[in-house]
Design a protein around this ligand. Sequence first.
Ligand code: SF4
Ligand code: SF4
Length: 324
Amino acid sequence: MAVITKDELSKNVAEEPSMMTGSTPPKGWMETPVKFKPGNYAYPTKVDKLEYLNSQQGVSFPNARVWNPEDEDWKLPANWKEIIINGLADRLDRFRSLKIFMDCCVRCGACADKCHFFLGTGDPKNMPVLRAELLRSVYRKEFTLAGKLLGKMAGGREMTAGVLKEWFMYAYQCTECRRCSVFCPYGIDTAEITMMLRELLHMVGCGINWAMEPVSNSNRTGNHMGLTPQAFKGNVDFLCEDVESLTGVKVNPTFNRKGAEVLFITPSADVFAEPGLFTCMGYLLLFEAIGLDYTWSTYASEGGNFGLFTSNEMMKKLNAKMYA
Ligand code: SF4
Ligand code: SF4
């Protein structure tokens, strides 16, 4: 895939809808198709990562293939639309919050300027209200009487390949930070809507490698970088040596010790990268000073759950590692 140059990127920002230039889209959002071009989308999941995850118990990540979002043909399953609509019906049934979020937005716009993606791009589809509307419009058409009878007049629209592409573009321009929900008078959580969009996208094999490779690594080795238990322990040992040479205090952490009062799980960045390393050295000293009865897990060596960016099932599966 092509890598965008700095000049191309600045041209995109100057010519597309942007808060910086004040330029707005000339047509309504339903008539503005999404455009994929180098630099404006995340790369799809690598085939080997998706195949590995799909082989795991309790999760499903089908349709591993080589594909490019810039291509017309996304190599979707023949019955992809049926899969999506059934998947949405299933989630509306299981998650009462989703059903409420689909029904209760009053378009007040209080959430719009709270999203850093909207502020950064100026793209109206990055307003939380419109990000949710990408799903809500399909919900209306398929699951409400008004949408079935009146279609677009009632805010409903058909599930098409164009809509699916729009979902892929905008579901991955949300960090699930939940800032918008804090300002919504109804407490609508767009992050949860983003999660549902991603779950539906995964049902037809439309995920991104940025999320899925860390998920695959976390499932395989316990941390998102794919480092082995030996490497994890080795790094903590290095930090203990640094602590001793800097302070003269010898700290003695244990690993996978049964019976410890506290199982300590930290973001793996604390063990492998600055500035987290310094935080880690600080709490190693603190735990030693207060005599905490704790142990590290070399199998649940990632406090960040990358399943959050993928699916509820994946999140639960990675979370369960701490009990292994
Ligand atoms: S949860 Fe998503 S839509 Fe809401 S503010 Fe954060 S990034 Fe924007
Ligand atoms: S703040 Fe809440 S009710 Fe208002 S537009 Fe945003 S999601 Fe809808």
